[in-house]
Design a protein around this ligand. Structure first.
Ligand code: WTA
Length: 629
């Protein structure tokens, strides 16, 4: 990262909330609420926490031993209890919790009562396998209701879930199972992707061969006739649950009990196992879902994420269920079977809150406005965007095709932060392209390397200055990697993003400051792709950069040096791509691969990716005094 970060300051529109939006908003006056929350953050968070149920109270809101935080110290709770029992014990028992639509339009609907029973069955089934508090279960499922059921069942008995996105290939899955030392894998025979059948169980078979910790593989069978299972290690999901009791009391857990591990890409080849806990995470996801989306009892909430990523964890499963919301969950892509897919679902299910991604919006933009125009989108009330900066052009399009009167919540956060940190609220004036301002209780700033606050519009590093309840507690088995977040810039949490703050305090995120690439909103570490390439027999060295891409935000470009005796050819480039597909999965495959004879390096031998990138984009390469060659 260069010392100076240039930004193109553009004049931008300010969009005021409509009278209707403003009148409905939970938080009517952001400035007032924000000031009060910052004057006494612990008071603010404990007031929020009291909206949820605890089995026993905390004696301290926060214990902060830099950089280690504990929230709601001494209390006992259970996030699954708050997602289910808290509603199933009231009139919400018969309220719809989850409406699920498969890619082939199959439909399954769960009330809070039914979801409660399924989760209890699954929790009892896990117990019957001998699983105990603290054990790990890997969930490798497509976007089907069993994913939600399995996550909540683990949480209910204090088992730690590790959900792995079902697009990852066998070696990537295996390394995540090995790191977590999971005893059980829950998977499905198949997933569907744009009409194609993806054989997930085969990937699991490949992966578990190198995972000695795995005792059982539970399989949700979607296809008929059901695939053969090798008893006693492999179990059919339906058989597994059938005999189980529908009562399984939620385990009272210390608030700091780990809830899940979620692997995410960083700057080294090894993915980081981000650890979140029951108490603080529950408070953060609950209140952000409520305030940011202005969630009301009668809303129909549709978040298009996959539970394999953090957005699925926090804003399909935990946040909405903590609020007793009705959730639409849809398998499949926005343009299959046609680009009207999501607009059709919005009309069919009367969706009022729609949370999506800039990549999906840009994809739908390409198909034109006739698609959204075909459908009745009048039920929509609040829109959301997450995962990468949304360019003003895509923002304007999304706003226009949905009727020009629904506010777009451009929410900035990370796997590590657990819940949304920088965001508008529905009552706040919007500037297209800006994630706006910090959520209540969150102190954010833009600083230089030394932690000095920068003046308006100067580009710098986005930091969070105080701990917050839903922050990650550690990196699984790697506390030193956790400490890096709090030790990079003195006295604050460094997000790894570059940003500027305008004169109104609005934050404009500009992308990552490190070697993480955001392809269609998915985090890919350059080091992971490089090591996949180097595992190919023809490759001596590889360097990977992110390059701007019209739809996906960024695309992966690789530069590869071949070993002696290997020649550049179309077939070779294809086999390099296949290697990345095999090692990591489709999302990590480089769009372009250049065979080169040397790579820019520092004297100490580190590849200077920023030089490659600047050259690729035809920009000034900047200070190259440390460049060796
Ligand atoms: C980026 C996804 C700009 C950012 C929830 C961050 C964003 C990384 C936004 C985390 C946004 C996420 N505007 N950039 N609204 N939201 N990002 O862990 O670079 O998959 O550091 O979490 O996504 O990605 P992750």
């Amino acid at each position: 990262m260069d010392d100076k970060i240039d930004t193109l300051v553009k004049e931008s529109r300010v969009i005021q909330p409509t009278a209707r939006t403003k009148a409905a908003a939970h938080i009517q006056d952001y400035d007032l609420a924000y000031k009060a929350s910052i004057a006494d953050p612990e008071g603010f968070w404990s007031t929020v926490a009291k909206e949820l149920e605890w089995f026993s109270p905390w004696n301290r809101v926060l214990e902060w031993n830099y950089p280690w935080a504990k929230w709601f110290v001494g209390a006992t709770c259970n996030i699954a209890y708050n997602c289910l029992d808290r509603h199933a014990n009231t009139w919400r028992r018969n309220k719809v919790a989850v409406m699920w639509v498969g890619e082939n339009d199959e439909e399954r609907i769960f009330t809070y009562g039914e979801l409660f029973r399924q989760v209890n069955r699954c929790a009892n089934a896990l117990k019957a396998l001998g699983l105990q508090k603290g054990d790990r279960v890997t969930i490798y499922l497509p976007k089907i209701p069993e994913q939600v059921i399995a996550m909540l069942a683990c949480a209910r008995i204090g088992v730690i879930h590790s959900v792995v996105y079902s697009g990852f290939s066998a070696p990537a899955l295996a390394s995540r199972i090995q790191d977590a030392e999971s005893r059980v894998i829950i998977t499905a025979d198949v997933g569907y992707d744009r009409g194609k059948t993806i054989h997930l169980k085969r990937v699991v078979d490949d992966a578990v061969r190198s995972c000695p910790s795995v005792e059982k593989v539970v399989v949700v069978r979607r296809e008929a006739p059901g695939i053969a299972l090798a008893a006693p290690k492999e179990i059919d999901w339906v058989e597994w649950l059938k005999e189980q009791n529908v009562v399984c009391p939620a385990e009272p857990l210390d608030s700091e009990t780990p809830l899940y591990i979620l692997y995410t890409s960083g700057t080294t080849g090894k993915p980081k196992g981000v650890v979140h806990v029951h108490g603080g995470y529950m408070v953060g996801t609950y209140i952000t879902t409520k305030y940011v989306f202005d969630l009301k009892e009668e809303d129909v909430y549709f978040c298009v994420a996959d539970p394999g990523w953090v957005t699925g964890h926090s804003y399909i499963v935990y946040g909405p269920l903590l609020n007793g919301a009705t959730i639409l969950m849809a398998e499949g892509k926005p343009d299959y079977p046609n680009p009207g897919r999501w607009w059709d679902l919005i009309e069919r299910y009367g969706v009022s809150i729609f949370y999506t991604t800039p990549t999906a919006i840009r994809l739908l933009m390409k198909y034109g406005e006739d698609w959204p125009k075909k459908y009745d989108l009048s039920t929509l009330r609040i829109l959301g965007s997450v995962g990468e900066p949304i360019n003003p052009e895509a923002w304007e399009w999304f706003h226009r095709v949905t009727g020009s009167d629904k506010p777009i919540m451009d929410t900035w956060w990370q796997t590590e932060t657990g819940s949304i940190l920088i965001t508008p609220l529905p009552s706040v004036p919007l500037k297209p392209g800006s994630a706006t301002r910090p959520f209540l209780g969150i102190e954010a700033d833009v600083v230089d390397k030394e932690g000095k606050s920068l003046p308006s519009n100067a580009g710098g590093f986005a930091v969070i200055k105080k701990p917050w309840p839903s922050m990650m507690r550690t990196i699984y088995k790697d506390p030193d990697r956790y400490k890096v977040y709090w030790n990079t810039i003195p006295n604050c949490y460094t997000a790894g993003d570059v940003c500027r703050k305008d004169h109104d305090g609005y934050m404009w995120f500009m992308g990552r400051a490190d070697d993480v690439i955001k392809v269609a909103g998915n985090r890919i570490g350059t080091a992971e792709v490089e090591s996949a390439l180097v595992s190919h027999e023809a490759v001596a060295e590889a360097a990977v950069i992110g390059k701007p891409h019209r739809t996906a935000g960024e695309a992966i470009k690789a530069f590869v040096i071949l070993k002696q005796g290997h020649q550049d050819s179309k077939a070779l480039v294809q086999s390099l791509k296949d290697q990345v597909l095999k090692e990591l999965g489709k999302i990590a495959v480089p769009q372009e691969i250049d065979i080169v004879s040397s790579l820019p390096k520092t004297r100490s031998g580190k590849i200077m990716r920023r030089v490659l990138k600047a050259k690729e984009l035809g920009q000034d390469v900047g200070d190259i005094s440390t460049l060796e060659d």
